[in-house]
Ligand binder design. Structure first.
Ligand code: ADP
Ligand code: MG
Length: 482
């Protein structure tokens, strides 16, 4: 069946979104690829449609257990034979599904990465591959969703993802699709290496944002920052002012209020209700200015943000690009100004310290949770912070530790379900992570002090091919004046 026909008949969709057709044709033709498309742009279809069109089974690895059932339900409703296998299922149910997979009765099987450690699952895979001789096609495609989790350097690193190369060999190296929303050149290389893929093209939508005018303004001290902010605030549309520290956010908010500049606030220490109200008022245009920490922005899709101002340096080029990406979604001109005070770099350096707790600290948190499950369930991180004699407002080791434990799969539903092995976290790993984060910060600082086209050097950082300089950033304008 032609892919257009499958699109209509099975998926009941009229047309492909950008890049979907290219990826689908490539993958169906038996080629591997790294696919980078933003969240919501329709990555799932790029493997679901080929799975329907091909003989055999497509194995999809995903870390998001919660989304699996949903995806499978949707596929089943469309008449596609799909299932998922993860730890939420009873043993009996898992075995039943594994047997179906082994017999080649399924088109799409979603699995979590920890399945690869389970002998019973691996045995089912081996049976599926052996069955090829007699009937069916076996497992003919591998898909790695949220592939950035493979990379040691990502915040979302999953140790089990590191073993996917071995699994791929066991499947006799089928054509493989690795999908993610963002990846630096470094993370891309990491993904291919871990998958044992020598070369494969990256298929991505252009990341260029030609309507953003980026500039860096040197400032010293809060007063200068306030003056600049007032100067930059647009007459029409809205503006986001980003801060690293909640204390700075409040100080500047006070000054702005005295100067009669209305605005709302958004940061992690505000009650849910206030945060929700700030976000709503900003999104529907009732409030044109929001002062926020990076906690604000995920999923914010407001077309007419005319300025994104950074009152303090972010920690990496990725973070910066993601945050300014909220400006000018309507394609009309927008301004992105980074107010650079050299002293602010130390804030980020301190963040890196807190982001990498030592093993002793992590074990202490684990035993606190294990020994006080009820209280932890009720009070959450607050309880832990109180117990860990939390003096410094910027010490967010508790949050980091909880995130790490969750990503390692040893904290589930407020329960400790595993041990902190040396493989998960050791002194070398911790040091390597820290060094890596410091290097990212250094790259941002170099970019700040650099003299080449601002967006071009960002695209280069993401491994994009060279393009023309933007002509509207501070560096391009300075060059044109010469
Ligand atoms: P991603 O994984 O890239 O974040 P999804 O694959 O979950 O995105 O898709 C997001 C939404 O877009 C889904 O609701 C999906 O049904 C829809 N979608 C995907 N492709 C198309 C298309 N060609 N036409 C219409 N809707 C689509
Ligand atoms: Mg997805």
């Amino acid at each position: 069946m032609q892919i257009d026909e499958i699109l209509r008949r099975t998926f009941h969709l009229d047309e492909f979104r950008p890049l979907q057709r290219e990826v689908i044709e490539h993958f169906m033709a038996g080629q591997s690829a790294l696919v980078i498309m933003p969240t919501g742009s329709g990555k799932s279809l790029t493997y679901q449609l080929p799975a329907v069109g091909l003989d055999g089974t497509t194995l999809v690895m995903s870390p998001l257990k919660a989304l699996m059932k949903d995806q499978v339900d949707k596929l089943r409703a469309l008449g596609v034979k799909a299932t998922f296998i993860n730890s939420d299922l009873s043993r009996v149910e898992r075995e039943k599904r594994q047997e179906k997979m082994a017999r080649g009765e399924l088109k799409i099987v979603y699995v979590t990465p920890e399945r690869f450690q389970k002998p019973e699952f691996l045995a089912a895979i081996d049976r599926a591959m052996k069955a090829v001789k007699n009937h069916g096609a076996g497992i003919v495609r591998l898909v790695v969703d949220e592939a950035h989790c493979i990379s040691q350097w990502g915040q979302d690193f999953r140790p089990e993802y590191a073993k996917v190369g071995l699994l791929r060999e066991r499947l006799q190296n089928p054509p493989t699709l690795a999908l993610t929303a963002t990846a630096t050149a470094e993370v891309r290389a990491d993904i291919l290496r871990t998958l044992h893929i020598e070369t494969a093209p990256t298929l991505s939508l252009p990341i260029a944002r030609p309507n953003l005018a980026i500039s860096v303004d040197d400032v010293s001290g809060l007063d200068q920052k306030v003056e600049k902010i007032i100067e930059i605030l647009p007459n029409a549309g809205s503006a986001i002012v980003y801060f690293s520290l909640i204390t700075t956010l409040h100080k500047i908010s006070e000054t702005l209020r005295r100067r009669k500049i209305v605005h709302v606030l958004y940061h992690g220490d505000l009650p849910e209700k206030i945060k929700r109200k700030s976000q709503e008022d900003f999104l529907n245009g009732r409030e044109p200015v929001i002062l926020a920490t990076p906690a604000f922005g995920l999923g914010v899709d407001k077309p007419d943000v005319r300025a994104v101002i950074h009152a303090e340096v972010p920690g990496s080029i990725e973070a910066y690009f993601q945050e300014i990406g909220r400006a000018g979604r309507d394609g009309k001109p927008a301004q992105c100004v980074l107010l650079y005070d050299q002293d602010d770099v130390t804030i980020q350096m301190e963040f890196i310290e807190w982001a990498n707790p030592d093993g002793e600290y992590i074990r202490k948190i684990m035993s606190l949770i294990a020994g006080n499950e009820a209280r932890f369930r009720q009070e959450g991180a607050d309880f832990l912070r109180e117990q860990m004699s939390y003096f410094n407002k910027r010490d967010y080791r508790v949050e980091t530790t909880l995130n790490l434990l969750q990503s390692w799969g040893i904290l589930e539903a407020a329960k400790i379900t595993g041990e902190l092995t040396d493989e998960l976290w050791n002194e070398d790993l911790r040091a390597a992570r820290k060094r890596h984060q410091q290097e990212k910060l250094l790259k941002l600082v170099r970019w700040v002090n650099g003299r080449s086209c601002r967006p071009q050097s960002i695209y280069k950082y993401f491994g994009e091919p060279d393009g023309e300089r933007c002509g509207i950033c501070d560096n391009c304008r300075a060059r044109d004046r010469l």
